[in-house]
Write a protein that binds this ligand. Structure first.
Ligand code: NAD
Ligand code: ZN
Length: 339
């Protein structure tokens, strides 16, 4: 299956097919040189499979985890490109999770004012969410994604075979974004989780459908609101509180999807939806975070980039498949924390 994301100044092609990462040249012509950006925890077999398809490809390996989205590593990657004489017609391939995608995408967006960029997402989070939409960024001074741009990949290769080696906790963490997509736009997707959450793994017959449905939702929303002026905010269901919880635990103890899952639960006011979410997240082994410091979270929310003038836009879901944005006073957020 494949589709395109149509944007004002660009187009991304998204290929969702088992085995596609093993035969990249069957899908497109890579004229020019290739640098593969990956992290030091991605299995060697994946790296070899991708590198083996290009003569003279340059491998740039960064440390695994959020710390790789730094100015230092960003400038190191630019230096590697310069030392190897890359031009803006050459290719950067991101092979890894959301960290590698955000970092390599930001490098691609700025090197010689933009060189060609392909993504091979290898985590559920990256396959379901971060690989499309064009948000690329690094962190600075402990603030997530505060230096970045919008830059869309030429092609995204989504191959669920690459997920076989992903740790179970990361596997479920990324799937939270698909549960979110179901909540805001797609009841059938939500039903897939209600029925099959307990049996999902890389070999699940439902996985490709879950990923495809999630990506199509994101595609439709992003096409209508590329730069997050309004509609795109619905993708942030659970994220306002989720980001605050992430910051509370120093972006370390809990993963992004786990924090978003807890954020969805805190914001959700419909009893039936909430109990369905609890049941789904229990089956996905998502930790329920109970020791949340309300005051610190409210402070984080106040500092959040989406908060302006004492109010904040939050995403509400009263019926599965339908989301809306509500502007509220930040102080009103307290009621979601039970205080
Ligand atoms: N650009 C966007 O729209 C967007 C959206 C959501 C999140 N993000 C960003 O994504 C990042 C999180 O992404 P993530 O959860 O994929 O984290 P990640 O990239 O750190 O990957 C998680 C871990 O899984 C490992 N891994 C990845 N693929 C693997 C595989 N196939 N086999 C074995 N191990 C594998 C990685 O080495 C890493 O240790 C954050 O930086 C977040 O800000 C971006
Ligand atoms: Zn998210």
């Amino acid at each position: 299956m494949e589709f395109t994301v149509e944007l004002t100044d660009a187009q991304s092609r998204v290929i969702i097919e088992k085995g596609c990462h093993t035969r990249l040249k069957d899908y497109m012509d890579f004229d020019g040189r290739v640098m593969v950006v990956t992290d030091d925890n991605i299995p060697d077999s994946l790296k070899e499979t991708v590198l083996g398809q290009f003569d003279g490809a340059v491998l740039a390996e960064v440390p695994q985890g959020e710390k790789a989205k730094s100015l230092e590593i960003y400038s190191h990657l630019l230096a590697v490109l310069l030392e190897n004489g890359f031009s803006r017609k050459d290719w950067i391939i991101a092979l890894g999770g959301g960290v590698v995608g955000d970092l390599a995408g930001f490098v691609a967006s700025t090197y010689k004012r933009g060189c060609r960029f392909v993504s091979i997402p290898t985590s559920t989070l990256a396959q379901i969410d971060s690989s499309i939409g064009g948000k690329v960024a690094i962190n600075m001074n402990g603030i997530k994604n505060c230096v970045g741009s919008f830059y869309h990949p030429h092609t995204v290769f989504v191959d669920t075979d690459t997920l076989k080696t992903l740790e179970q906790r990361h596997f479920y963490n990324g799937l939270v974004e698909a549960v979110k997509a179901g909540c805001i736009c797609d009841e059938q997707l939500f039903d897939l989780f209600k029925e099959h959450a307990a049996e999902l793994d890389a070999d699940s017959p439902y996985l490709e459908e879950i990923i495809t449905r999630s990506l199509l939702i994101k595609r439709d929303v992003v096409q209508q609101d590329e730069k997050e002026q309004h509609l795109r905010k619905i993708l942030n269901f659970g994220h306002t509180v989720g980001h605050a919880i992430e910051s509370l635990y120093n972006l370390r103890d809990y993963y992004h999807g786990e924090c978003v899952a807890n954020g969805m639960l805190m914001i959700e006011e419909n009893g039936q939806i909430k109990s369905d979410l609890i049941s789904i997240f229990t089956k996905m082994h998502i930790p329920f975070i109970t020791d949340i410091d309300t005051e610190k979270c409210i402070e984080f929310i106040k500092n959040d980039k989406k908060a302006g003038g004492g109010t904040i836009d939050i995403v509400k879901v009263d019926r599965i498949g339908e989301a809306y944005i509500e502007k509220i006073e930040i102080e009103e957020m307290r009621r979601y924390f039970g205080s």
